[in-house]
Design a protein around this ligand. Structure first.
Ligand code: CA
Length: 228
């Protein structure tokens, strides 16, 4: 049974989430402040965290930052719960390593679908088919979600990894931002073009010289140049 930690100060929302997640067979814990959430996360190591961004005292982004900075909790999948007008925070959260976000007000059905999707992505991969994708000096292990450049593993966030894998799946091919969004999400919902651009900035920073191969195609999108 997957264990889910809800960090949310609004009791109505926390209870609504708990009710529906328990009904779906999840084991649920709640924390109503960022500090409590961090403590529970470190002690219980849940399988997934639902994190409200607007929290008193310690805000959600800071909670996210601390979770991702702690090796014990860094790999726990995290979905942000966001309000209107928090788009910049969403991008920051994704950059910090959050896996996904859901804007309030949300439909429970969509929330459950995203929870399942994120849990699937984070599931142990030993039994799944996986293989290396090679592009020049870059090697990507699709199963392990690992990108290795000149024998060094790149410290990519899950979304940066998905972006790199998408581009590397067809070297030389130009992907529009919409195509990238569809690929890295795998589900039909909106992410801004801007988020793709921000991810690309982060990805390039982590790729050293290889970043020159990550080309912007003006007015269209991005491609991974085939190179020599
Ligand atoms: Ca709140």
């Amino acid at each position: 049974m997957s264990r889910i930690l809800i960090i949310e100060d609004e009791d109505d929302i926390a209870r609504l989430l708990e009710f529906n997640l328990v009904r779906e067979g999840f084991d649920v814990q709640k924390a109503d402040t960022g500090h409590k959430g961090l403590t529970v996360a470190q002690q219980q190591l849940p399988d997934l965290i639902l994190l409200d961004l607007m929290l008193p005292e310690l805000n959600g982004l800071e909670v996210c930052r601390r979770l991702k900075a702690n090796p014990k909790t860094a790999r726990i999948p995290l979905i942000m719960l966001t309000a209107k007008g928090e788009e910049a925070d969403v991008v920051t959260g994704l950059e910090l390593g959050a896996d996904d976000y859901i804007a309030k007000p949300f439909s429970i059905r969509i929330l459950l679908a995203r929870v399942r999707s994120v849990l699937r992505r984070g599931a142990p991969l030993e039994n799944q088919e996986s293989e290396w994708v090679h592009v020049g000096d870059l090697k990507i292990h699709t199963g392990r979600h690992e990108a290795v450049l000149a024998e060094e593993t790149l410290p990519l966030t899950p979304l940066e990894f998905q972006l790199l894998l998408t581009l590397a799946s067809k070297p030389g091919w130009v992907f529009t931002r919409n195509q990238i969004v569809a690929q890295i999400r795998g589900e039909d919902y909106a992410v801004t073009d801007r988020a793709v651009d921000v991810l690309m900035v982060g990805l390039r920073k982590k790729c050293g010289d290889f970043a020159t191969r990550l080309e912007t195609v003006r007015g269209i999108g991005y491609r991974l140049a085939e190179g020599k």
